[in-house]
Design a protein around this ligand. Structure first.
Ligand code: BEZ
Length: 213
């Protein structure tokens, strides 16, 4: 198992899932992907996370991001658990959950941290770009459920900065002012960003979000 770092190519795999056999690259096609692991089926925090993720699917779809969950339990367990998620979270799980019983995918993606737990995955998040490079890695402990608003926020930043020479400041949300990339001189920035560039310091230049009209 090699460590995966930002900018690496996301390793491809084929695995069983709640929606049948799935190949990562075929599933993602030429879109974005989010791969996120859960410690185990029939656990309370994971149940709320998967319910929340299902309710957020429309937002991931709008951003052309395919969702793919994983836990190390088997298919039959996943199907039973999905019934509970649907019932208790008032939703319908609408994306595949990998059944990683042999821990092939969790090992490939370094989702088991033995000093945290030798058998269960931590809450890993990988965001994968259309060119299959890994753009974001976040790891949460089993005791902390993820914030799906934050995952959408960071996807907005990744997608914006993939296509515009900008970076997003602390607590940024879609539509708010962004930072001009440090590599662009201010004169050049004023030609590129026609909505205006405010130079607060030579290294700190702000411009309106170039993706909004
Ligand atoms: C949970 O999802 O609730 C959970 C899973 C493993 C350890 C602790 C909590």
């Amino acid at each position: 198992m090699a460590t995966i770092r930002l900018g690496d190519i996301a390793p491809d795999f084929t695995a069983e899932s709640s929606l049948g056999k799935i190949n990562l690259y075929n599933y993602l096609g030429d879109g974005w992907g989010i791969l996120f692991s859960h410690p185990a089926d029939f656990t309370p925090v994971c149940t709320t996370e998967l319910g929340t993720a299902s309710k957020f699917k429309e937002e991931f779809d709008k951003r052309n991001v395919k969702m793919l969950a994983l836990s190390v339990d088997g298919i039959a367990s996943h199907h039973e658990w999905i019934k509970d998620i649907n019932e208790t979270q008032h939703t319908t799980v609408n994306f595949p959950i990998i059944a990683d019983e042999d821990k092939k995918v969790s090992s490939l993606y370094d989702m088991i941290h033995p000093n945290a737990d030798n058998n269960l995955t931590v809450r890993s998040v990988y965001i994968i770009a259309p060119d299959k490079t890994v753009k974001l890695i976040i790891t949460y402990p089993a005791s902390t459920g993820r914030n799906f608003h934050e995952l959408l926020r960071v996807i907005d930043s990744l997608q914006l900065t993939a296509y515009h020479k900008v970076a997003t400041p602390a607590n940024w949300n879609h539509g708010e002012d962004v930072v001009v990339s440090p590599s662009i001189p201010t004169d050049e920035a004023r030609n590129i960003f026609t909505k205006g560039v405010e130079e607060i310091k030579p290294y700190l230049r702000m411009t309106p979000d170039p993706s909004t009209v």
